[in-house]
Design a protein around this ligand. Structure first.
Ligand SMILES: [Zn+2]
Length: 80
């Protein structure tokens, strides 16, 4: 089943404020409310900003990505 990401449109609780993931069947209707607090949520088409639990360094490495951190002086630090 696909995993969808939602994020509170405004306010929200600790669960939805930073975004959360839920597994839903394609047939299920998209959530409109946080299951925890009932705040209005929106579906994120891609990763919500600041919300990257699926893309931890370990996962990135598993997928063959290399994560680089800009050190700010034109050089990059390899994190994976
Ligand atoms: Zn909530």
């Amino acid at each position: 089943m696909p995993i969808y990401q939602y994020k509170a449109i405004k306010d929200g609780c600790a669960y939805c404020r930073g975004g959360f993931e839920t597994m839903q069947s394609m047939r299920d209707k998209p959530l409109t409310q946080c299951p925890q607090c009932g705040a209005k949520v929106k579906k994120c088409p891609s990763l919500c900003s600041g919300f990257t639990p699926l893309l931890s360094n370990g996962n990135l490495r598993d997928k063959g990505f290399t994560k680089l951190k800009n050190r700010g002086n034109g050089t990059f630090e390899k994190l994976t």
